[in-house]
Design a protein around this ligand. Structure first.
Ligand SMILES: Cc1cc2nc3c(=O)[nH]c(=O)nc-3n(C[C@H](O)[C@H](O)[C@H](O)COP(=O)(O)OP(=O)(O)OC[C@H]3O[C@@H](n4cnc5c(N)ncnc54)[C@H](O)[C@@H]3O)c2cc1C
Length: 290
């Protein structure tokens, strides 16, 4: 049994997969959907800015930090099944949901094994890998509206597109989501998951802190290939570097500040645009304002 955790004026860096960023006025880690709703209501009532995060594996706060409440859902992680439907709370790790599905011989989430995010963060940005995306098996989600009503959003309501859902526009907080999977063969599911992990270990600089792919895939191209083509592999600013292993990843190589990382993202984006005419759009969400 875990319980609500709360820190005041505390560093965000240890909580974020980039291991960079300043302090938050409040860090809250509720352990149930009830606590999550209550802390959101409390902070709204106090007129505090707030942001709800899962594992912070796709977010970068500036060194100035965040003058409000950062609420992490990672302790809200129940997973259940009813036939071919798997329902997971917002903070359940995508890898845990994939393992749970596999144990029930349910296929459809193998691609998500190894994505270091949660269900909330994953649905928010329609996480995907190796030809799969969460929208493929998403059925519905219970969300909290800005005026604190619980509503159910269907797949149509979510307006999924590449690395995007309606949640990035409407400010709804996902509380739990249901995925519709297919009965499969455990060994085949497990083999697919193992292949995903092997590919990640082989291709990605997992030994360094990062936010995964820094940029979205431009239409008809690959961000990593363009960055490499522009001779930017290994480029660095302060402790931030373009990974030698995978140019699509900007890594925290040596105690980078968030501002080193942001400067490098901006530099890479500008240089690629200058040399190729392709404008790279960050996949990582950058919170520049305090
Ligand atoms: C090594 C590495 C590999 C990666 N590989 C992949 C990959 O293959 N494919 C891929 O798509 N991504 C990948 N990522 C990026 C990241 O893991 C995914 O985007 C993941 O889905 C983010 O989930 P999160 O819980 O960490 O979200 P966070 O980073 O915590 O949040 C991301 C956004 O989602 C919002 N959010 C979070 N929870 C909720 C909620 N409950 N309700 C509403 N909004 C919410 C936040 O406000 C924020 O705007 C990788 C990252 C790393 C570090």
């Amino acid at each position: 049994m875990t319980s609500f955790t709360f820190f005041e004026n505390s560093s965000l860096a240890p909580h974020c997969s980039m291991k960079a960023g300043g302090n938050a006025k409040y860090i809250c880690i509720p352990s149930s959907i009830g606590e999550l709703s209550a802390v959101i209501a409390y902070m709204r009532d106090k007129n505090e800015k707030l942001i709800v995060l899962g594992n912070a594996s796709n977010i970068l706060f500036s060194d100035e930090g965040f003058d409000g409440a950062v609420i992490f859902t990672s302790k809200i992680n129940d997973i259940n099944t009813d036939g071919c439907i798997v329902t997971a709370a917002c903070g359940a790790a995508l890898s845990s949901v994939a393992v749970f599905a596999a144990k029930h011989s349910l296929s459809g989430l193998e691609f998500a094994y190894g994505i270091p995010g949660t269900v909330g963060g994953g649905v928010f940005m329609n996480a995907g890998a190796y030809c799969g995306e969460l929208c493929d098996c998403f059925k519905e989600a219970v969300c909290l509206t800005p005026d604190l009503r619980e509503i159910v959003l269907t797949k149509e309501d979510m307006s999924f597109s590449y690395r995007k859902s309606v949640l990035s526009d409407n400010g709804y907080i996902l509380l739990k989501a249901a995925f519709e999977l297919k009965k499969g063969n455990y060994d085949e599911i497990k083999t697919k998951m193992d292949t995903c992990i092997c590919l990640r270990k082989e291709k990605q600089p997992l030994e360094y802190p990062s936010c995964g792919s820094t940029f979205k895939r431009p239409v008809g191209n690959y961000a990593g290939a363009l960055i490499e083509q522009c001779g930017l592999k290994g480029s660095s600013i302060g402790g931030a570097a373009v990974s030698e292993k995978h140019a699509g990843f900007i890594i925290n190589k040596d105690n980078a500040t968030a501002n080193d990382i942001i400067k490098l993202i901006d530099y890479v984006s500008e240089l690629v645009y200058e040399k190729t005419g392709v404008r790279l759009e960050p996949e990582v969400r950058i919170i520049r304002e305090k």
